[in-house]
Design a protein around this ligand. Sequence first.
Ligand SMILES: N[C@@H](CCC(=O)N[C@@H](CS)C(=O)NCC(=O)O)C(=O)O
Length: 338
Amino acid sequence: MKKIAGVLAAVLLTAFAAQAASAQTLKTVKDRGMLICGANGMLAGFGLPDAQGHWTGLDVDVCRAIAAAIFNDPNKVKFVPLTAKDRFTALQSSEVDVLVRNTTWTSSRDTSLGLNFTGVDYYDGQGFMVRKSLKVNSALELNGASICVQQGTTTELNLADFFRAHKMQLKSVTFATSNEAIKSYDAGRCDAYTTDASGLYAQRLRLANPDDHIILPEIISKEPLGPVVRQGDDQWFDIVKWVLFAMINAEELGITQKNVDSMLKSTNPAIKRFVGTEGNYGEQLGLTKDWAVRIVKLVGNYGEVFARNVGKDSQLKIDRGLNKLWNRGGIQYAPPIR
Ligand SMILES: N[C@@H](CCC(=O)N[C@@H](CS)C(=O)NCC(=O)O)C(=O)O
């Protein structure tokens, strides 16, 4: 019995030492007094600074929620705009602490780049936009069409797959940034523009005459978008993962920016665990008891953040669709806090 206890203690100590050795990011962020978040910078609804340099977006709010949980201040974030091509290098080289830039979780990105995806803040899929005057109603009618697309994205790869799978001829016209791609499409250089459906809604608003364009019904891929961290720091991985889970759980529990304070008096066990009046779940993450309260109070629950940035209260007015909670017909689902 003693022997087993000794071995167990040794295993636990080694595990603890390994964790302590790699748990650097939280300390770095705290010492710096600021989270550095890699974001889009060009995509309304996800990551875009205004003329005064104030950033908004769903991805941006995930970063603000991380800052809220750590600093009790959603403004302690510096946003670094990253292109599709540069985003992974910026995270690998520690230029940013976390990457939240409408980035699709794929097996190769998760396994071969030294990075880890932490969850899904938006379930997306790739679509096509065309001019109404082209009189095309389906992506399957795009045989031989020229398509504007951005380099370094899953978009480029899915486009080639889709045309090959349907034995259609593709003339892709590639660009380094989506700004160039959408401008060229607007100028008539391509018959169609393709990207994540969320991006189509955002970018249609920037066309000279948005009403002259339609989004075709086909969604040709799965694009689960989510925050990414470097491999090798499990504590940081857990923090980023559980900040997003807290936002989703808050919506499920009916905890909102407005009512979160009164929830501190709740007797519902799940709410008590969430707000920290029971248990020490925040401390287990390396944060404080009220970590999740801070997120909801300063940033909002997932539903509020969705509505404000991309949903009904935003310019984009995107339907919740797949991003509804699991118990309301969608697939957004977070493991429980307990
Ligand atoms: N989700 C895809 C596409 C991401 C992407 O970069 N989409 C474009 C169009 S919505 C974008 O955000 N472009 C901004 C830019 O870099 O110019 C991926 O992870 O590769």
